[in-house]
Ligand binder design. Sequence first.
Ligand code: SF4
Length: 370
Amino acid sequence: MIKSIHCSKLSRAMACAGSLFFEDLPKEETNEAALEGTAAGEYLERLLTRQELHPNVTHARNGVPFDLDMRFYALDVAVGIRDLLGGSYLGVNCETVIDWQTQSGIAIKGRYDASFTHEKNLYVDDYKYGFGIVEAKENWQLLGYAIGEVIRRNCSFPTIVLRIHQPRAHHEEGTTREWRITYDELIHYKTVIENRMTAIVAGEKSLVTGNQCKYCPAAAACPAFNKAYHRGVDIAHEFLQDTLDEEELSYQLDLVGRVEDLIKTRKSSLEMLAISRIKEGKLITNYGIDQRYGNRTWKSGISPDVIKMMTGKDVTKSEMLSPAQAEKVGVPIEMINTITERKLLGNKLKKLDSSKLADKIFGNPNKEIR
Ligand code: SF4
């Protein structure tokens, strides 16, 4: 019996109800990137809620140090919000719980990164520090937060603005993407979620492969994913390189790209499964666990002042900002363009359209590819 779904997992549940019903899945390993993302979010929260950012506050609650990049990018997002609000952080809520109940009995749970009202519209913001592109449009996580926030505030808004701030990943629309929907549209999405949860309670368990498989802990055990994987790998073998025309070449590049994704997903899910089995004391032939360590970082509370007091040494350095960072702090772009250069590193194939092949491989398992 499914009792609750976290907003961050809502997208997978909306696409693949069956993913909710796997039992005894290996516990997802916390990786460095996830810890860094949590720390980056905490730093942004500190800025938005005006918590003290004394130089001695060097680490996040999870022990990850607030490094220069983290501080820089979070400040950029925070200043953007402050400027939008006319120079104040007043009224910005962070990490607010928005749990809400669907009629099916399944609760939708979560805490958003930031939310505020501006010109009578409701803004809900999600801060993504990683490099995997996240879109704002039809983002179920943001929709789940926004519905919960409207319920929590108990009022309607003419427009709901759902935004993703993703400062480190390149996106043609920039580091902040937004999707504006009307209140009626938000209610429509709530109905879609309600209907989906009702169907799940009534027994809907279909396994549907798609992009959501990428981070699915069930991928190693999932028959639908395994079928897609084997089908993709088989098809990728069925061509002769010297007979490729241009159309076929484009098709094969798409295909191999998807197969590469499938293999990566399969590898990481098998690794997760193996780590969990080894931790349970089982023997996996030829494999063991190697503990990975990141670079050395100063322990929490160790500031340059502390080291200077202990050793007399100054461990700070002044560092030139990158051109992108310089632009963010107000150096005119025209000037930056005249004093920067970009070295040509070689040619890289650029993918222009990526929408169709996923459907061919993932969309309908019974449909022939091509
Ligand atoms: S791997 Fe994909 S198809 Fe299988 S349960 Fe996970 S999301 Fe669903």
